[in-house]
Design a protein around this ligand. Structure first.
Ligand SMILES: [Fe+2]
Length: 420
């Protein structure tokens, strides 16, 4: 059961990488204890972290076969180990210049303290220090610790890494201790950084809420969203115009289709104030936008389409609805686009809706679109007079078209013709 010696450089690199990725230090700390427990072969590994609200250090995570009881252990500020590590920075700048002692401040090893305590000559002259070391040694014993490494950030003791004895009972090597120190230093930095970050976020939110700036932000976001929708709508309209420009079947007069459709809606007595008008107008303008996805050889075919080509042609309704999906303010428009080839008697496509199941706007689009197709100059057929178109519409009223819409359209059209 001999463990491979650890490549500390590599382990350090891995952990440093995770450090950059993790914004929440909790996971990092858990990673460290898991890593040490698994790779090191120690009785246990624990991390104690400062709880600033309660002014004490509590176990954040503990792993291993002799792991510490999480809820029972807490180290107050007057705990010997805490006092020992907290005085480390202060004394380093002071007059005390004992190398052995200085090392003991950057980490403590229970067995090194024991051997120091045996050197009576040095400690006998310093009874206070001796007393302190005895207490630290006892504290380590209580924590089942062989070594403890402090994690400082500037002057503050952020946390402590506590390691139990190696299962082999060997001492930790200098390299290992240095590795732990780097690890703890980085972890302390991560904890501190995230605390500062969290604090800033909370403070920011608080301040903004106070000033009502948050509401202003939300309004701004809503404005941007509207603008984005408007831009998208404009792009769609120009797309639709392109479709009509390249489609000889419906030729260029998409604006006229819109105008006739609105007139029909008014003739039907629809309330076209506000949004309803925009929806109908957009439906009329965009109904064939999906033809952008139909191959030119089908779209521009001079003769009638064969069944296979019709099948492809018919997909333009779904394609159109799909294109309009991002336009969340115009959900009804997508519905119109999807339904403009439904027949009043239910024999249309794509869903076979009938009668009132088909949105009224789609029923209008259907009539206006058909009228336009009949009167327009087609490549393979001369355009026919308006009266002929009326007859054709009336013939299909009740099957393809809503009879009421056909009559309203013809009335509107006649009014229009009288005016011109
Ligand atoms: Fe269409």
């Amino acid at each position: 059961l001999k463990k491979q010696p650890l490549d500390y450089q590599e382990a350090l690199r891995d952990i440093a990488k995770s450090l950059v990725r993790l914004r929440r230090p909790e996971r990092l700390l858990k990673m460290i204890t898991r890593f040490l427990d698994k790779e090191l072969g120690v009785e246990h590994a624990a991390i104690l972290v400062l709880d600033p609200e309660k002014s004490r250090y509590t176990i954040f995570d503990s792993k291993g076969m002799r792991k510490l009881p999480r809820n029972l252990l807490r180290l107050d500020f007057d705990h010997p180990l805490v006092r020992w590590f907290q005085s480390f920075r202060r004394e380093r700048n002071g007059r005390e210049r004992n190398k052995e002692l200085e090392t003991l401040r950057s980490y403590v090893s229970r067995r090194e303290i024991q051997s120091l305590l045996n050197k009576t000559s040095f400690l006998d002259a310093r009874p206070e220090l001796k007393k302190e070391l005895v207490q630290v040694e006892r504290a380590l014993k209580d924590l089942r610790a062989d070594v403890a490494i402090p994690g400082h950030f500037k002057e503050a003791l952020v946390g402590i890494l506590v390691l139990g004895e190696k299962l082999s009972h060997r001492l930790f090597t200098k390299t290992e201790i240095q590795f732990f120190q780097t690890l703890v230093h980085d972890a302390a930095l991560a904890v501190k950084t995230s605390e500062v970050h969290q604090h800033l976020v909370e403070r920011n939110v608080e301040l903004e809420a106070k000033k009502g700036e948050l509401e202003e932000r939300l309004r701004e976001i809503e404005r941007l969203r509207k603008k984005e929708q408007e831009t998208y709508y404009q792009i769609m309209k120009s797309l639709a115009q392109q479709v009509h420009a390249k489609d000889p079947y419906t030729f260029g007069h998409i604006r006229q289709v819109e105008k006739l459709g609105i007139m029909t809606g008014e003739e039907l007595g629809l309330d076209l104030s506000g949004k309803r008008r925009d929806v109908l107008s957009a439906g009329l303008l965009l109904h064939d936008v999906g033809k952008i996805g139909i191959p030119d050889n089908i779209l521009k075919k001079p003769g009638p389409l064969n069944p296979e080509e019709w099948k492809i042609m018919r997909t333009h309704v779904e394609k159109g609805a799909k294109i309009l999906e991002p336009l969340s303010d115009f959900k009804e428009v997508a519905e119109i686009v999807l339904s403009h080839h439904e027949f009043y008697d239910g024999s249309g496509y794509p869903r076979g809706l009938k009668g009132n199941q088909i949105p009224i706007e789609a029923r209008i689009v259907s009539v206006v679109d058909a009228f336009h197709a009949i009167v327009s100059n087609r490549c393979y057929r001369e355009g026919r007079p308006v009266e002929v178109a009326f007859e054709e519409l009336r013939r299909a009223a009740g099957t393809q078209f809503d009879p009421q819409v056909v009559e309203a359209f013809i009335r509107a059209m006649k009014k229009q013709l009288r005016r011109t």
